[in-house]
Design a protein around this ligand. Structure first.
Ligand code: NAP
Length: 317
């Protein structure tokens, strides 16, 4: 009797050890395989493709434009400030872009968003990549005091204009079997003191995850990549929250590289920096429902991400 209970306990411990080893192995495989197991040859996949990057006068959008430029894409840049757009377009040409144009547009106005897509149709004769990146609105960092104007403005610039651009570009993107890259944020999960911004990012994730699934069910070959970003060292982010958090900001250049890589490989999601998830995992939950849900979510991210990796991209002529 005593022997059988000792053996039973030993079996359970062995099973737990095996499970932990498997989990560790899976994590190690995921992290190390990023660079070593699937070499990324982007220029051949992107050269000559037509790319629209919103909010590309500065910050992450500017860096995303440079990434596509290095790979020889045709670029259309948009934001409100023309002088900055011209400078970014010039640098794109120097980096190797096949062409670089710009269109001035305020995404607070949905007709203006529609016009940007008309410009893409006229100037690029179609679209392969729609990169939705701009961020604005009248919201400020601070306690929410019922400012409905800030909520409306954030939802218009940071959510509705994204949807409008997508709707207007849908035919072109379907024709090219193209890609939508949507820049979201960890703030879309929860972000005190930036409620209007958080709400817009949360809405983006719901809309674009559902759109991706719907396109797949309808067997439409158009990929949707959602980039969930942590704290990135753009001038505006540093200005707005630099003195309010102790976390180290991550480089915008590397962020743009990871986002473009995921978009070109048609991944469903990219999280940058990946260790943004670390606080969630290390959060001192007592072992229970919270821990299990967090681990399951992490495993889901890993496996679904892996399944999407390396899928062949159907090229347009
Ligand atoms: N930086 C971070 O820590 C961080 C973290 C998580 C997620 N993100 C996300 O990453 C993306 C880029 O962020 P970022 O830090 O690079 O932002 P940023 O430096 O502030 O750049 C924002 C861009 O959007 C444009 N823009 C602002 N209001 C606009 C409007 N009404 N109409 C059209 N364009 C407008 C700006 O250009 P103009 O002023 O010339 O119009 C600029 O090109 C955003 O979606 C943001 O939510 C950033």
């Amino acid at each position: 009797m005593i022997h059988s209970s000792i053996y039973h306990r030993a079996d359970t411990m062995a099973a737990i050890r095996l499970l932990l080893s498997l989990l560790t192995g899976l994590c190690a495989y995921y992290f190390y395989s990023q660079e070593t197991l699937s070499p990324f040859k982007p220029p051949e996949m992107v050269r000559g493709k037509r790319v629209l990057v919103t909010g590309s006068s500065t910050g992450i959008g500017e860096q995303i434009a440079y990434e596509f430029a290095r790979m020889g894409a045709h670029l259309l840049l948009t934001a409100r400030r023309e002088k900055q757009l011209k400078e970014v377009a010039q640098k794109c040409l120097e980096l190797g872009a096949s062409s670089a144009r710009h269109v001035v547009s305020d995404m607070n106005n949905l007709t203006s968003a529609q016009n940007v897509i008309e410009d893409a149709r006229n100037k690029l004769r179609g679209l392969d990549y729609l990169v939705l990146n701009h961020v604005g609105g009248s919201g400020r960092f601070g306690p929410f005091q019922g400012d409905m104007a800030a909520v409306t403005s954030s939802m218009t610039v940071n959510f509705l204009s994204y949807v409008q651009l997508t709707v207007s570009a849908m035919t072109m993107l379907q024709e090219s079997q193209g890609s939508i890259i949507v820049i979201s944020s960890l703030s879309g999960k929860e972000a005190p003191f930036t409620l209007s911004y958080s709400a817009a990012k949360f809405a983006l994730e719901g809309f674009y995850s559902s759109l991706r699934r719907e396109l797949r069910l309808r067997e439409i070959s158009l990929s949707v990549t959602v980039a969930v970003l942590g704290y990135i060292d753009t001038d505006n982010a540093l200005k707005i929250i630099g003195d309010k958090i102790t976390m180290q900001a991550n480089p915008k250049e590397e962020c743009a590289r990871e986002v473009v890589r995921a978009g070109v490989l048609r991944h469903r999601e990219v999280i940058y920096p990946y260790w943004s998830l670390k606080p969630l995992l290390l959060y001192p939950f007592p072992i229970g429902k919270g821990t299990v849900i967090t681990l399951l979510h992490f495993l889901f991210c890993i496996t679904s991400h892996r399944m999407e990796r390396g899928k062949p991209r159907r090229e347009t002529s």
